[in-house]
Design a protein. Structure first.
Length: 132
């Protein structure tokens, strides 16, 4: 029955099927392009939102680090100031007690000898200097 139809009818039918397929393809392609564009914009917006969130987090961490550094520096300065004041207070009586230069030299030599390797500080085989 189909074989009996005119070849022009077959050509028209084939053209209609091709046109329908082409229109469906183009419509799907444009819908797909719109879908991809929407997905791309959503992904880009999410990436921008994540980048802003990370920038805010970095800014907060920077502020916390600066505050922590400031507090630590303030504590360190306070400790050093207090220590220096205590040393000055405790060493004040020593400033009033004059020590002769000869005694100071002997005490420094004894301190070097006691603080290090005695043979190296006092000389190999030499006895510790005796104060006269």
């Amino acid at each position: 029955m189909f074989a009996l139809l005119d070849p022009r009818v077959w050509l028209v039918a084939l053209a209609l099927v091709g046109a329908a397929a082409g229109i469906g393809y183009l419509r799907g392609r444009s819908d797909g392009a719109e879908s991809v564009t929407v997905k791309w914009k959503l992904a880009q917006a999410e990436t921008d939102r994540a980048a802003r969130a990370q920038q805010d987090r970095n800014r907060d961490l920077q502020r916390q680090a600066e505050l922590r550094y400031t507090v630590q520096a303030e504590t360190r300065d306070r400790f050093l100031t207090q220590t220096i004041l205590e040393i000055r207070h405790e060493a004040a009586p020593l400033a009033a007690c004059p020590v002769p230069d000869a005694v100071r030299v002997r005490l420094n030599a004894a301190g070097r000898c006691a603080g290090g390797d005695p043979p190296a500080a006092c000389g190999a085989g030499e006895p510790v200097p005796v104060a006269r």
